[in-house]
Design a protein around this ligand. Sequence first.
Ligand code: FE2
Ligand code: FE2
Length: 204
Amino acid sequence: MPGSDDLHGLTVSFTAMEDGTKADYELLDRFERQHAAGTADRVLAALDRLTGSMGGYRISRLEHSLQTATRARLDGADVDWVVAALVHDIGDELAPYNHAAIAAETLRPYVRAEVTWTIEQHGLFQNWYYAHHLGGDRNGRDRFADHPWYGVCADFCARWDQPSFDPEFPIHALDSFADEVHAVFGRPAWDAAVLAAGPAALVP
Ligand SMILES: [Fe+2]
Ligand SMILES: [Fe+2]
């Protein structure tokens, strides 16, 4: 059980990686597994820090994230989609110009392929709602017009992401998503059975 491994005070022998021994790297592997076991809690903590309203919006980024996930849950979406909706903007704090990539890479080892792809592309697809107002190309998503997951990403934005800036919407609390976050990030990483693509739909 990785999380219960007592590693307190242990360190490797080396100061440069090239000098590390098999025992050193086996020790580090135990540390990595223990660290990975805490991913769900760190994701929840990172979401809890998305409290600053990005100037001008009527709700905070955390409230937007909760609203997006609440809509997914109320639509009957499965746990992959609900957690993806919850974390889809988790990269906003550190990567404001490519935030979708942060969320996609956070999810990629743990959810179905079409879910990761949707989160990866959601920034581009969201452009459809506003880019033309700023002299940009709202049709950038058209480059994926023939992609099998074009429709599901467009639906993610239309149904869950773009409407979720409403201060009157009754959001579910972050705590209410904790079990789902633990279920997803507690999965073995890169499990082919988990990553296999499902139906190209938000709700089958
Ligand atoms: Fe976003
Ligand atoms: Fe969003």
